[in-house]
Write a protein that binds this ligand. Structure first.
Ligand SMILES: Cc1ncc(COP(=O)(O)O)c(C=O)c1O
Length: 374
């Protein structure tokens, strides 16, 4: 193997174009605080995300923390979430002085299991924080029914779901509020960045205040805000990356088809299923390895790929209940034991970006097909 292959590779703007925007910034000397490039990117994103309120943040984690503030939950109340996610999901709940309650995921989608959510609801429950993990859309209808029935707020961590639509509708149209991440590992990146999107017209001012230390104007500080501002250099990168996202997504879709063709015949390897009516974010290519059927474990495959310089990731292992702050916390489930405890040992995300060549795919095929005749 001549080179190292990572699970993702960032979309990078053309340097000459970036230089032009940097010169603009140097001229105006406006570096942050909602400057002209920030405003332009927010307008562009609003068109793209397609909901009335769209506010940029300096990263997805701060955006999640603020999103939980926006829905105004009683201090100490319980927020039901999935343990199969990045640490930021659970931590955003804790940073708000709320209690994360972990429930099982559905086999197949690996998103939060609605029946397990119902099982975990108590009089202390105030919200559900669901994650469109790997870009797979949660059971949005079932979650809405549960939230409506129990008068709970419904927040979506859509960090992996930029550009997803369901029957032509933006993923951000579901729930009370959705949060995207524009971290370097994401399909669309602003180096670091994030976005809060809500289907309502009247959330904008509250989110802006929370993003800017609670400062409403020179004379008034109206709430306990934070510094969530994206700077002008990040906005410049975003403006240049945004028009290139669709091309990258199309190239990844082709790569997905190649992987699917190569993996589809392998017993014990479950692929991410196409969801009817859903336009995929093409954020991750994840598989689930059943070691008993396949004959080799996820860890085995991970190591074999690594030996060839191919760095797959065991996202999202360890799960939240394996982290020190939540260690041993219960995972509510309708099954005899949580499915997530099994699947966390089976998930693997393969390199998934337009830098993956046919030779790379052949090399990965080699690892998976070694010793097989079918
Ligand atoms: C599911 C999920 N939520 C939240 C985040 C946090 O986003 P950020 O890295 O932009 O803070 C991430 C991370 O990248 C993530 O994968």
């Amino acid at each position: 193997m001549a080179r190292t292959l990572y699970v993702t590779e960032p979309l990078l703007p053309n340097l000459t174009e970036l230089q032009e925007l940097l010169e603009q910034i140097w001229q105006t000397k406006i570096l942050t605080n909602g400057g002209p490039l920030h405003q332009k990117l927010e307008r562009e994103l609003q068109k793209r995300v397609g909901v009335p309120t769209v506010k940029l943040f300096n990263n997805g984690t701060i955006a999640l923390i603020v999103a939980l503030k926006v829905v105004d939950l009683p201090l100490g109340s319980e927020v039901i979430t999935t343990p199969l996610t990045f640490a930021a999901t659970a931590h955003a709940i804790s940073w708000n002085g709320l209690m994360p309650i972990f429930v099982d995921v559905s086999p197949g989608t690996l998103t939060i299991d609605p029946a397990s959510v119902e099982r975990a609801i108590t009089e202390r429950t105030s919200a559900i924080l669901a994650v469109h993990v790997y870009g797979t859309v949660c059971d949005v209808e079932a979650l809405k029914c549960i939230a409506d029935r129990h008068n709970l707020r419904l927040i979506y961590d859509a960090a992996h779901a930029f550009g997803v639509t369901v029957n032509g509708e933006s993923i951000a149209a579901f729930g009370d509020v959705s949060v995207f991440s524009f971290h370097a590992t994401k399909l669309f990146n602003t180096l670091e960045g994030g976005l809060i999107a809500t289907p309502r017209n009247d959330d904008g001012e509250a989110i802006e205040n929370l993003r800017n230390f609670g400062i409403k104007n020179e004379e008034e500080v109206v709430c306990v805000g934070i510094n969530g501002k994206l700077n002008e250099v990040q906005a410049a990168v975003g403006l240049l990356n945004l028009p290139r996202v669709d091309g990258e997504r199309e190239r990844r879709a082709l790569l997905r088809a190649k992987y699917d063709e190569m993996m589809g015949l392998l017993p014990g390897i479950a692929l991410q299923k196409k969801q009817p009516g859903v336009v995929n974010s093409e954020q991750y290519y994840r598989i689930v390895v059943d070691a008993e059927v396949f004959g080799r474990s996820r860890n085995d495959l991970y190591d074999a790929l690594k030996d060839r310089g191919i760095f797959a990731r065991k996202y999202f292992h360890p799960i939240c209940t394996d982290f020190v702050p939540y260690k041993g916390w219960p995972i509510y489930t309708t099954r005899s034991s949580p499915y997530v405890d099994i699947v966390k040992t089976q998930v693997l995300c393969l390199p998934f970006h337009s830098g993956v060549t046919d030779e790379d795919v052949a090399e990965i095929r080699d690892v998976f097909w070694t010793g097989r005749s079918v």
